[in-house]
Design a protein around this ligand. Structure first.
Ligand SMILES: Cc1cc2nc3c(=O)[nH]c(=O)nc-3n(C[C@H](O)[C@H](O)[C@H](O)COP(=O)(O)O)c2cc1C
Length: 244
């Protein structure tokens, strides 16, 4: 029940500071309020007892120290573990894999060992957290290369032998994307229309069945005031506690 309390607090007090949080849609329900409240408490109890399985994908190509992206990943992990969730981390900057260059490689090529391990982790997860710095308006190339390697036909989606309807193979998982950037987040969202973020949300995650996909945009990260980053680390830690 402690976890559920945190999450209500997060919604009310911090929702405004989370960029791109989609509005909560309230579905019309046929059962009574008492049943709904009971169901909510049961979900809260379940998560408090078992926790969620979370995979954090650190999408920074630089494996060195001092990257804000890594600090955000650690903050999320710390919050999640505090509230009883299980966490695995994929540090893309430390993996060994080549870029995919041909359609044949994408469809039939040998999957490198590090990518096989990443696929196992993602299969294991209930929730993915993907954290990366904005580079030239979108994902760093290494992270895009990682998704091309990992989200192959037959693993993330499938169109069958004759190229029919797309089958989404990663259904049942949710995701949060955390993006850091030098510009103010509002400029990226409203002037640039967050084009790189949308390509990840819809062209990679949603098409594979991952839903809902939420996002947090952290702008102006070069600000010299250390309190600015500290505030964001606390916000992300809270997200980890709620496994959101
Ligand atoms: C190669 C490169 C490209 C970048 N492109 C952008 C950009 O298009 N827009 C932007 O706002 N910031 C851009 N930045 C700034 C980074 O987003 C920012 O430094 C990063 O989010 C800080 O996080 P880190 O400490 O994890 O690297 C770029 C930085 C680098 C190194």
């Amino acid at each position: 029940m402690i976890a559920a309390k945190h999450c209500i607090g997060l919604r009310v007090s911090q929702a405004r500071s989370l960029e791109a949080e989609p509005p909560v849609r309230i579905r019309k329900i046929a059962y009574t309020r008492v049943d709904a409240a009971e169901a909510f408490l049961n979900v809260g109890r379940q998560h408090a007892l078992m926790g969620k399985r979370i995979v954090i994908v650190l999408g920074h190509p630089d494996p060195g120290e001092g990257r804000f992206c890594h600090a955000l990943g650690s903050a999320y992990e710390a919050g999640a573990i505090e509230d009883g969730h299980q966490v695995r981390t994929i540090d893309v900057g430390r993996l060994e894999f080549p870029l995919i260059r041909t359609r044949r490689e994408f469809e039939e090529g040998v999957v490198p060992d590090d990518i096989l391990a990443a696929q196992d982790d993602i299969r294991w997860a209930h929730h993915l957290v993907i954290c990366y710095p904005l580079w030239l308006g979108t994902l760093p190339a290494l992270l895009k290369g990682f998704f091309e390697q990992t989200f192959r036909y037959g693993y993330a989606l499938d169109t069958g032998k004759r190229g029919g309807t797309v089958r989404k193979l990663l259904k049942g998982r949710s995701a949060r994307i955390i993006v850091t950037m030098g510009m103010p987040a509002a400029i990226y969202r409203y002037y640039f229309r967050a084009h790189g973020l949308k390509s990840l949300e819809s062209g990679i995650l949603a098409i594979s069945g991952i839903s809902p996909v939420r996002s947090t945009l952290i702008g102006s990260v070069e600000k010299p005031d250390p309190r600015y980053r500290a505030k964001w680390l606390e916000t992300v830690r809270e997200l980890g506690r709620c496994a959101q």
